[in-house]
Write a protein that binds this ligand. Structure first.
Ligand code: MTE
Length: 326
């Protein structure tokens, strides 16, 4: 029985069936395009912990060895992770992204490297995928709105790319610029944010091994609504730092003006580290609701300092007043 036909013609069987030739051809074509056949041949596929949902082409990955990268919390169901989204280019309701991404074109794709760097230039997605071996990482994600998820991402440390492009000594920050295409993103142009959606990190944050340049979710390429084909994941920060559908990475000596900071500087600081002791001006950040654990009697969880990644990242902020640098 075939249970789903995606608009690109990808026909997906139930797991009990032998893969039909068309599916195999599509996967093979995608793998070739992505330059991944070499990786698969090297035996790096099928080592990831999570079971693939079988919705999109696979992205083979090995379990990450980076300290703190494999949270032991139960991953949020794939369906929740891919239907309860924030991606304001497609609307502000949680269901808007999955409903409105249909015309979003994520291939071909390239990322421009700019600014204070020895090797600027445009990198095609195919080449970006090959910069380092793909790792599966299970990260807790804490949204500033008070909910959280546990997501099995696929990617590699952003530091691997940064090392390749050789930033100058004067580069102190990294800016991430995302796609703003009014033709395919129906809410670009709406006044809710200034477009494009921009995020930023301090250089040492960007170089931290937990900062993930992400290409996949649940062992497969990223669904469009989750920021295909390439996004960021910084698990100790509020979710809005995780820029989706990145088209430009710029090295700069000035703190970047980020989308949410521009929209409301008193509510969304540049650092945005998860911190249960610093309230949002309009609500407490002490607890969170884990998506998938909802129910009238379900207790909220206590939010952890740096989202539980304090042992790994606390040192980055030694001596800083975190109530001022929120
Ligand atoms: N990136 C872009 N380009 N546009 C957005 O609106 N929303 C952010 C972040 N990245 C956003 C974005 C917010 S508020 C969150 S919580 C996360 O994406 C949500 O990621 P997810 O939908 O994959 O869970």
């Amino acid at each position: 029985m075939l249970i789903k036909t995606l608009e690109d013609g990808f026909v997906h069987p139930v797991p009990s069936e032998i893969t039909p030739a068309q599916v195999y051809q599509n996967r093979r074509q995608w793998l070739q395009q992505a330059g991944m056949l070499g990786l698969a041949a090297a035996g790096l596929e099928a080592q990831a912990q999570t079971v693939r949902p079988g919705e999109l082409p696979p992205l083979p990955a090995k379990v990450s060895g980076v300290a703190g990268a494999m949270a032991t919390d139960t991953p949020t169901p794939y369906r929740d992770a891919t239907t309860y989204n924030n991606f304001y280019e497609f609307g502000t309701d949680k269901l808007d992204p999955v409903r409105n991404v249909k015309n979003f074109v994520t291939s071909p794709w390239s990322v421009e490297i700019e600014g204070l760097v020895k090797k600027p230039g445009r990198i095609n997605l195919e080449d970006l995928l090959k910069v380092s071996a793909m790792e599966e990482r299970i990260y807790r994600m804490r949204c500033v709105e008070g909910w959280s998820m546990v997501m099995p991402w696929v990617g590699y440390s952003l530091s691997e790319l940064i090392k390749r492009v050789e930033p100058l000594g004067s580069a102190k920050f990294v800016e991430f610029v995302t796609l703003a295409d009014p033709k395919t993103m129906p809410y670009v142009g709406s006044r809710v944010l200034s477009w494009p959606y921009v995020e930023g990190l301090r250089m040492d944050e960007a170089m931290h091994p937990l900062t993930l340049l992400t290409f996949g979710l649940y062992g497969e390429v990223l669904p469009k609504q989750n920021g295909a084909p390439v996004r960021l994941n910084v698990p100790w920060k509020y979710g809005f730092k995780n820029a989706k559908s990145i088209v430009k990475i710029r090295f700069t000596d000035k703190q970047p003006a980020t989308a949410w900071n521009k929209a409301a500087a008193n509510e969304y600081g540049f650092y945005s580290n998860v911190n249960p002791n610093v309230d949002h001006p309009r609500w407490s950040q002490a607890t969170e609701r884990r998506i998938g654990e909802d129910g009238l009697l379900t207790k909220k969880r206590k939010t952890l300092m740096f989202n539980g990644y304090e042992a790994q990242v606390g040192q980055l902020y030694a001596g800083m007043d975190l109530t001022k640098n929120f």
